[in-house]
Design a protein around this ligand. Sequence first.
Ligand code: UD1
Ligand code: MG
Length: 480
Amino acid sequence: MPNQDLVAIVLAAGRGTRMKSALSKVLHPAAGRPLVHFPVRAALAAGASRVVVVVSPENHDSIAAYLSGAFGRERVRFAVQDPPRGTGDAARVGLTSARSPSRVAILCGDTPLVRAEDIQALVSALDHTPGAELSFMTCTLSEPGSYGRVLRDQAGEVRAIREAKDLESAEEARIQEVNAGVYAAHAPFLSQALEGLRADNAQGELYLTDVIAAAAARGGALGVAGSEEAMLGVNDRADLAEAERRLYQRIAVQHGRAGVTVRGAPRIDDTVTIASGAIIDDGVSLRGRTEVAEGAMVDVGCVVTDSKIGENAMLKPYSVVIGSVVGEWAEVGPFAHLRPETQLDEKARVGNFVEVKKTRLRRGAKASHLSYLGDGDIGENANIGAGTIFCNYDGFKKHRTVIGANAFIGSDSQLVAPVTVAPGAYVATGTTVTSDVPEDALAISRVKQENKPGYSKRLKARLQAVAREETEKLKVDGTK
Ligand code: UD1
Ligand code: MG
């Protein structure tokens, strides 16, 4: 196994002050995961047997808790750098707890777009170039800004990296080839070079980039051209937004390649799984542990969090689904709201302006319009009419409403829980159900209708007279 002895060091002890946040920079989420997740995953995918994350005393606990949960305690370890004396010092701290591997990859915790291929390219250059001690990713930028510049000699060999704050001439400032901040090196060389670092520079820090000059002095520094995207580092929240935009774009392309129809620009979190043949439309947000099965359709503007969408189910536009299960061929929306612990069985239907919470609609049951269904169980093929309300809350406790199979709940009914409507029963329109309805019975509670012949005409005349009288009075008062 060629990568057996590759260890990755991820630098994440910096203060991240430009985020203006109490939350550690590398724990800010992008596309559903903390930033630091991405470089750690890329390093493991590139073949690193272990990743050492360099943290500060302040962010150690939160970063360790997250990463150990996500990748396991074996593969990801932590080293505390205190105080932060620069990237070279951070790398030294990381390497000290890396248990002498033969090769090391170094990356930053705040570069979520770096990919396994980028790291592999560096490792491969190191492996296949005789005499090489270190390789690093470079990129040519029209505006090199605050990045370290790559200094090369006339033969084109890398000599050193000059940090932006230490540029020595206008000529150096014009160099467009910059250091992306991703490295691979032979461990014995790196260890020795890091010990030799000195803080005699503009920032008074130990620069990791100074090891490039040390490698070059031995004729062993390789600058390997990489993609501009891979080096995008997050320093403030504008960078965070840009990184997230690109992550979403990348995720959409991955799903497209895997047979999912992705229309427009949905925001699909990295944590979401989608089977081939599903359709995800523009403006959709899929979050958390959401799973979308084959043939399901999530139409424009839906927001789905921690939910399972079954085969061939249809979420019509602008529906919000949280912590719910939508069964095969079930239909939701448009403009429906499924709150946690809702379960729609096969072919159940929930239509527009229906809110459902902690309620199961069994096979073929439907509530097509304008209802609130909370803490209920609705039997197979039961029909819930427009404007039905489950009155589940008495101000102190929640109570359950149980509707049997094939029951019919007429429009504008209220079911005052706890209450049961047995299978096949019929609740007449406008009924307030306060006690259980037996099987196949009719429940009706509304006041009997009375028609008064001619009354409408008389009533209208009377009201009109009153209105006219008042207008006249106003006129008289106004002319006084
Ligand atoms: C660094 C490089 C620069 C390169 C750029 C690419 C150095 C000296 N410069 O500059 O050549 O163009 O990255 O993005 O390395 N960190 C620690 N402990 C410290 C200081 C930093 O863990 O004491 C971590 C930070 O959390 C961050 C990473 O190291 O994840 C890089 O540090 P940062 O200060 O952002 O370096 P740059 O100035 O961007
Ligand atoms: Mg940086």
